[in-house]
Write a protein that binds this ligand. Structure first.
Ligand code: SF4
Ligand code: SF4
Length: 440
C-alpha cells in the first residue's frame, strides 16, 4: 500500500473550463435522458422512512458500542499498536513545509482551547460541559411551546450562530448510546447510564455519567469543512480542514446547548462522545452511510457531526433514502483511492474486521486499524481525508452539478465516476497550488 511521499499520487488538480463544460454537457445529456429536473432539493424529493430499521438491516443481536474500542482510544491502550509504527514522512518534505504544518495545526485553535479537544472526544470537558457555562441562566419558568415550533426555533438559532450547515432532529435510540466512555488523555473510563429517575445530568463518584431518560431529544448538526483544503489530503494542510470541522463543532454545540439552558431545559453538547454520530444523523434525516463508513449527507461527505441531547420537547425529522448505497455499489472510488487499503471494494456485510467495528448492521465496514496506522505513518498523525475528498458527492457548496450528480448517481452508477474522474475531481491538490489558488 502506498504510504510515503513518493507513493502519493502527483496529479494536476483543477477543472479546466473546457472540461467543465464538456462534463456539464454530458451530465445534462444524461439528465435529459433520465427526464430529471436540474434544480431542486434532494431532501424534499428523497423517499422518507419512519425509522432507520426500514432502511437498514440491523441484527436483533446488535450490541451497544464501548467507546474504549474506538480506534483512536485503542491507540492509547491496545498492544496491537505498540510499538508505534514509524512515520514514513518527515517535516520539510513537499506538502509538509512549515507553512503547511502551521495551517494544519492552527485550524484546531478553538477545538483545542478551553480543554475542549478531549471534551469533544469523551464528553463533559471544556466547552462540552454537561452543565451551564454561565452565558445564560435557567429562567424562573421554562419556555413552553409546541414541539414543531421549538424545533424551528432551534434550527433557526443553530443556523444563524454560524458553523452549522444542516440540522436534523431525532430521539434517543439506546442502541447508539456507548456502554462506557473513555478519556484519551487521562485514560479514565466509566459507565454511561440512561436513568428513568434522574432529573438532571449527573456524574457519579465512580465516574458513571447519568443521562435522564427524559432527555430523549437529539439535535444533530452538520459542519462543512473547507473544500479546497480537504483536497490537499493527505498533506499536512489538509489536517487543518479536519481542525476547522472540530473548531466549528466546539463553537456551535456548546452555544446551542447554552441557548437551550436559557430556555429552561437541560442540554448535553456532544461531538464524538457518548453516542454514535452516524446512525443518529441517519435517523435525523441528514443522509446515509456510504462505502467509506462516513455519513454521505444531504450536503455531501465533507462534514463533521455534532449533536445535543435535551429534554426540550422537539418534533423529529424522518430518515431519508437518497440512493447513496445503490450508487456506492458500483462507484468504489474511495476503495480505489484509499492509501491504506482500509475500504472494501466488495459487497456489504454484517461483520467488521476487528473490535473497532460495530458488527450487526448490513453495511460496508472499514478496517480502521489500517486507517489509523496510515495516519501515524503520515508524519506522525496527520489526518487523512482521501475518502472524503474523492467521493463524487463531495463538491463545492452551491455547485449545481452536486445536486444534479446526486440525482443521477443512482441511475447511471459507475458512469458518473468516469465523468467525475474526467472532470478532475478527487485528484490530490498539491499544497503549493493550494496556497496560490485565488479566493472565490
Ligand atoms: S481516512 Fe479514509 S482514505 Fe484515508 S486511510 Fe482512512 S479510510 Fe483510507
Ligand atoms: S466514493 Fe463512491 S463508493 Fe465511496 S462513499 Fe463516495 S459514493 Fe460511495
Amino acid at each position: 500500500m502506498p504510504n510515503s511521499n513518493e507513493s502519493i499520487k502527483k496529479q494536476d488538480y483543477g477543472i479546466s473550463r473546457r472540461n467543465f463544460f464538456k462534463g456539464a454537457g454530458l451530465v445534462a445529456a444524461a439528465s435529459a435522458m433520465a427526464q430529471l429536473p436540474i434544480t431542486g432539493n434532494n431532501i424534499a424529493e428523497a423517499a422518507t422512512a419512519n425509522s432507520i430499521d426500514e432502511l437498514y438491516e440491523i441484527s436483533k443481536d446488535y450490541k451497544q458500542f464501548d467507546q474504549k474500542n474506538e480506534v483512536f482510544c485503542r491507540w492509547e491502550w491496545d498492544e496491537r499498536f505498540m510499538p508505534r509504527p514509524k512515520p514514513t514522512i518527515a517535516p520539510g518534505s513537499p506538502g509538509y513545509t512549515v507553512l503547511d504544518i502551521a495551517a494544519g495545526l492552527a485550524a484546531w485553535t478553538v477545538a483545542v482551547s478551553f480543554n475542549s479537544r478531549f471534551g469533544a472526544m469523551s464528553g463533559n470537558d471544556g466547552l462540552f460541559s454537561w452543565f451551564s457555562l454561565g452565558a445564560t441562566q435557567f429562567p424562573p419558568k421554562p419556555w413552553i411551546t409546541e414541539p414543531r415550533e421549538a424545533s424551528q426555533a432551534i434550527k433557526r438559532f443553530a443556523h444563524d450562530i454560524g458553523g452549522v450547515d444542516a440540522v436534523g432532529i431525532t430521539t434517543v435510540d439506546p442502541r447508539w448510546v456507548y456502554t462506557d466512555w473513555f478519556h484519551r488523555a487521562t485514560k479514565e473510563s466509566g459507565k454511561i447510564e440512561l436513568s428513568l429517575t434522574a432529573d438532571k445530568p449527573e456524574i457519579k463518584e465512580d465516574g458513571t455519567k447519568v443521562i435522564p431518560e427524559k432527555m430523549k431529544y437529539v439535535i444533530v448538526m452538520l459542519h462543512r469543512q473547507p473544500f479546497e483544503m480537504i483536497n490537499t489530503t493527505p498533506y499536512a494542510a489538509s489536517h487543518g480542514a479536519t481542525g476547522v470541522g472540530y473548531s466549528k463543532m466546539a463553537n456551535s454545540a456548546p452555544t446551542v446547548a447554552e441557548f437551550i439552558r436559557g430556555l429552561g431545559y437541560n442540554a448535553i453538547p456532544m461531538a464524538n462522545d457518548t453516542m454514535l454520530s452516524v446512525p443518529l444523523a441517519i435517523q435525523a434525516g441528514l443522509g446515509e452511510v456510504g462505502r467509506s463508513g462516513l455519513l454521505i449527507s444531504t450536503i455531501g461527505p465533507n462534514v463533521r457531526i455534532s449533536k445535543i441531547l435535551t429534554d426540550l420537547p422537539l418534533a423529529s425529522d424522518k430518515p431519508v433514502n437518497l440512493g447513496v448505497r445503490d450508487f456506492c455499489q458500483s462507484c468504489k472510488k474511495c476503495a480505489r483511492e484509499c492509501p491504506s487499503g482500509a475500504i472494501p471494494d466488495g459487497d456489504m456485510t454484517t461483520k467488521g474486521y476487528n473490535i473497532s467495528n460495530n458488527d450487526g448492521i448490513k453495511k460496508w465496514y472499514v478496517d480502521c486499524e489500517k486507517c489509523r496506522i496510515f495516519w501515524e505513518e503520515n508524519m506522525g498523525g496527520v489526518s487523512c481525508s482521501r475518502c472524503i475528498a474523492v467521493c463524487p458527492y463531495n463538491k463545492p457548496e452551491g455547485y449545481w452539478t452536486h445536486e444534479l450528480g446526486n440525482k443521477l448517481a443512482p441511475i447511471i452508477g459507475g458512469g458518473l465516476v468516469t465523468i467525475d474522474d474526467w472532470m478532475g475531481y478527487g485528484k490530490v491538490l498539491e499544497s503549493e497550488d493550494y496556497w496560490k489558488k485565488p479566493i472565490e
